[in-house]
Design a protein around this ligand. Structure first.
Ligand code: AMP
Ligand code: GLY
Length: 448
């Protein structure tokens, strides 16, 4: 099989690596990929010259490439190309692509749409109200804090905002400032034209990803993966600013069988019913961002893709052949397909560039001690890392982004996995690198 993976982050490197593990896959193209995918067995990066895969030009380029090269399977990593309709474009021409079409991608790209979907189909979530009118939103906020000044409010921009569209506000002043910034000052452009004002949920977060095969007029299937947990704060003990994710673990020890059942009953099944009723064509992956409060699961968000860095923890745990799973999703055979998992656990801390999530340098050489690394069995998934065409010392990799690498340690249990991951980190160095030391510790906390 010839496979195309769209995207350039750590999640995409993990997808490329896992697909290349399949005996059925002869070649993987990463578009545009990164310094890690370039060195992966069977893989070649597609030169896109900075053209965004989500742009018209990028979609056309990928579509023509897939047709010309007779690509058997395309897997879309990030949400932006899905929101731009790349899956519809490929499917209409009979090309096999994993990822929902534009209208189903609204589950992630419009928070107003996803909240109304949750409400319509009884998916358990925080109470919320939508606003398109600034003065009404401000009035609602004043009323809320007038009634109970101790209860925070969550202000959410409707559209895709690269992680900047959700603000937890502790008082009326903060809330109103955020609403004005989104709706009046257009801080997030069109994404903040509509806002959602949501009740605050206090608890711990869990990420459940799943394979989805829903086609109009047919009985659909959602098969959940093992649960994972991201750690969004920069510093140990869940302190410091929010980031794109500083590390992930899988499985999640506190996701008890009772919580899992609660998630199935209150979130997964109502979602599946809603997808069927809405006659969605959703063949791809879904991400349920959960908050556990008072022993009950609440849905914070849907993402229409795998999580990053959750995928870097989860894919090394998957025992099934990912190319087979993708084929089952696309051919309506998911209900007969058993997703197999290895025993044990993965701990995947992220190494970031100094200064991230603020400004940081690019271009620093990354040194890796291969003998030390091999002894841990850990896998390095590159994100913001590029590969020079010769003349680059050490590993051949250079820093090229904020989150540079994820180091996925697999072990027989969580502690073994954690030790292997951090032993592997000791084999990697670049100037000013930073990472959390508590990913996978029982006290390692949760993203909040
Ligand atoms: P979202 O994009 O909706 O998942 O929000 C991003 C992050 O904001 C989540 O991962 C949570 O950490 C936080 N968050 C979102 N909604 C709420 C809520 N209702 N209560 C508490 N925290 C929230
Ligand atoms: N780790 C959360 C996400 O991928 O959205």
């Amino acid at each position: 099989m010839k496979v195309l993976v769209i995207g350039s982050g750590g999640r995409e490197h993990a997808l490329v690596w896992k697909l290349a593990c399949s005996g059925k896959v002869g070649k993987v193209y990463a578009a545009p990929g990164n310094g890690g995918t370039a060195a992966e067995d069977k893989c070649e990066n597609l030169v896109m010259n900075g053209i965004d895969p989500a742009s018209e030009e990028g979609q056309k380029m990928l579509f023509e490439f897939a047709q010309k090269e007779n690509i058997d399977l395309t897997v879309v990593g990030p949400e932006a190309p899905l929101d731009a309709g790349i899956a519809d474009k490929f499917r209409t021409a009979g090309l096999a692509i994993v990822g929902p079409g534009k209208s189903a991608a609204l589950l992630e790209s419009s928070k107003v749409y996803s909240k109304s979907f949750m409400e319509k189909y009884g998916v358990r979530a925080a109470g919320s109200k939508n606003f398109t009118d600034l003065s009404r939103a401000l009035e609602h906020t004043k009323k809320h804090f007038g009634k109970d000044p101790t209860k925070p409010l969550v202000i959410k921009a409707d559209g895709l905002a690269a992680g900047k569209g959700v603000v937890i506000t502790a008082n009326a002043g903060e809330a109103m400032q955020t609403i004005r910034a989104f709706m009046k000052d257009k801080l997030l452009g069109e994404a903040g034209k509509k806002v959602i004002i949501e009740d605050y949920l206090a608890g711990v977060e869990i990420s459940v990803m799943a394979a989805v095969s829903v086609s109009p007029g047919k009985k659909g299937v959602i098969k959940p993966f093992i649960a994972a947990r991201d750690h969004k704060r920069l510093l140990d003990g869940d302190m410091g600013p929010n980031t794109g994710g500083m590390g992930a673990i899988a499985p999640v020890p506190d996701f008890s069988p009772a919580l899992e059942k609660d998630f199935h009953d209150s979130i997964l099944f109502p979602t599946l019913k809603g997808m069927e009723k809405e006659k969605m064509d959703y063949r791809g992956f879904i991400f349920f961002g959960l908050m556990v409060q008072d022993n009950r699961t609440f849905l914070l968000e849907y993402n229409v893709r795998l999580g990053d860095p959750e995928a870097q923890a989860l894919l090394p745990l998957m025992d099934s052949d990912l190319a087979d799973l993708c084929t089952a999703i696309l051919n309506g055979k998911l209900s007969d397909y058993t997703i197999k998992w290895k025993e044990g656990a993965v701990c995947a801390p992220v190494i970031a560039a100094g200064g991230y999530p603020g400004t940081y340098r690019k271009g620093d050489p990354i040194a890796i001690n291969p003998t030390g690394l091999n002894s841990t069995g850990a896998i390095i998934f590159a994100a913001g890392a590029s590969r020079g065409s010769g003349g680059v010392e050490g590993s051949g990799l250079r820093t090229n982004g904020g989150r540079v690498l994820a180091v996925s340690g697999y072990g027989l249990d969580a502690e073994d996995a954690r030790k292997r991951a951090y032993k592997a980190i000791n084999c990697i160095s670049f100037d000013d690198m930073q990472y959390r030391a508590d990913i996978g510790l029982p006290s390692g906390g949760n993203s909040d």
